[in-house]
Design a protein around this ligand. Sequence first.
Ligand code: BJW
Length: 266
Amino acid sequence: MTTDPETIGMVAGWLHEARSVVVLTGAGVSAESGLPTFRDPEVGLWAEYDPMELATIGAFERDPELVTRWYHWRFTKSRDVRPNPGHDALARLEALLNALAPGGAPPFTLITQNIDGLHQRAGSRRVVELHGSFHRWRCTRTGREKDLADLSFERFPVVSDAGGLMRPCVVWFGETLPPEALEASFDALARCDLFLSVGTSATVHPAAGLIEIARAAGARTVEINKDPTANTDAVDAAIGGLSGSVLPDLLRRMDELASGAPARDT
Ligand code: BJW
C-alpha cells in the first residue's frame, strides 16, 4: 500500500490513456460524508446490532420494525449529509472521460454497492446500483414499488395499501442482484482496460469477483482503500489512503496531463 506521488502519477497516466474505465465503489467512499461503513465499529443502530445480521430477509421477517427503522435511520442520515470530494472527483472523472471520447461505447462506468444515492447527488450520470437503493421500496405482497418520498414513516413497520409490509429495494444476503445491474456491469467489464476498486472491503460476492472479470478482460487493476484488503497484493497498483483525498489528487494529475503541463509532486 502506498500513497507515494509516483504511484498516483502512474495511475493518473493509466486513466489518461484508458479507453474504458470501470470503478467499483463501496461504503468507504461515503465514510468521509459521515455515513458508517459495514465493517468498521460504528454508532447508533450500527453499534447495537451487527449490520451483517440486519441486512437479511430473515432479520426482516423476524423483526420488520427494527429493520425498517434501521433503513429509515440510514436514509435520514444520508439525506442530512453531502457528497464528499471523493464522490465529486468520480463525477468529474466521468465528465472528463466522456469529453475525451465523445460518441461510441461509454468510456466510464461507475458500479456502486452503496444504496445511499450520493454518487448521483455529486453529478455521476452512469451509475449501476448493484445492491439497489433505499430510495425505492416495494410491497412484499404485491411487489408494487413506491418512492420513499411517497411513504409515511410515522409507524414502523410500514404497511402498504394492499396490507403487505414495505421493504427497501435493496439486495440482502442470499438474494439475487438486479439482473439489469449485473448485465450493465458485465458489459462494461468486458470492454474495460482499467478497473478501480475504491472503498470496499471486497468481501461480498458477486461484487468482490468483478475485479477478476476485469483482469480476465485484460484490464489493469487498481485499489484505493484506507486499509489493506484481499485484493491489495493482487492489483497492479494499490494506493493506501482516503478516497476523499486520493481521488481528487488523481484528478489533479489527470488535469495536468490533459493540459500538457508536467506532473508535479503533491
Ligand atoms: C475507506 C474509507 C475511506 C473506510 N476511503 N476506504 C461466493 C463466495 C462466497 C460467498 C458467496 C459467493 N457468492 C455469493 C455468496 C454469498 C453472499 C456473500 O458474498 N457472502 C460473503 C459475506 C462471504 N452473497 C450474497 O448473498 C449475494 N447474493 C448472491 O450472490 O445471490 C446469488 C445467490 C443466492 C443464494 C445462494 C447463493 C448465491 C448478495 C449480497 C448482498 C449484500 N448486501 C449488503 C446490504 C445491501 C443493502 C444495505 O446497504 O443495507 O451490501 S451487505 C453489505 O456488504 C452491503 C455492502 O454493499 C456490501 C459490501 O460492503 P462494503 O461496501 O465493501 O463495505 P465494508 O464496510 O465492508 O468496507 C468498507 C471499506 O472501506 C473498508 O475496507 C475500509 O477500510 C474502507 N474505507 N473509509 C477509502 N475514507
